[in-house]
Design a protein around this ligand. Structure first.
Ligand code: ZN
Ligand code: ZN
Length: 150
């Protein structure tokens, strides 16, 4: 019982979310608050390196938010680095890459073969395509499908 009281008391200090009339929304915020609070309690009761200072409840909230943001940012950066690396690997001189072709937009070769039309009934036009084959291709899927036939 003491634990529950303490929980409610601590929870009231830094409420997350807003009072909502939608019960499921209140329920969500309640669960989130309890989760964050439990994390703080575990944090407080866990052994730390000697001399390190204990974060206050408020600092803990800030620190948690900060590291969650960082975590997301790092994943994004890693994904971007992966894409860039994949891009570099494909940069062989005669590689069949999708690049902007000189001249006017043309119908996508692959979409014409598949008889794909836009919502307005036209054929997709694109300025991009494979420079090695000199063929217009609207996206990576069409590029892959076109070269699958080679
Ligand atoms: Zn090609
Ligand atoms: Zn296409």
């Amino acid at each position: 019982m003491a634990g529950v009281d303490l929980n409610d008391q601590l929870r009231s200090y830094y409420p997350i979310g807003r009072k909502s009339h939608k019960w499921w929304r209140s329920c969500f915020w309640y669960l989130l608050e309890v989760a964050v609070l439990n994390a703080y309690i575990i944090y407080k009761t866990t052994a730390r390196p000697p001399g390190s200072k204990v974060l206050s409840h408020f600092q803990f909230h800030l620190e948690l938010a900060r590291s969650l943001c960082k975590e997301g940012g790092r994943k994004k950066a890693a994904a971007e680095a992966g894409v860039a690396a994949a891009g570099l690997a494909n940069q062989a001189p005669n590689a069949h890459r999708r690049v902007k072709l000189p001249g006017r937009k043309k119908q996508c070769y692959q979409c014409r073969a598949k008889d794909i039309r836009t919502a307005s009934g036209r054929r997709p036009e694109t300025a991009f395509g494979c420079a090695s084959c000199n063929v217009h291709l609207c996206d990576e899927l069409c590029l892959a499908q076109f070269h699958a036939h080679l």
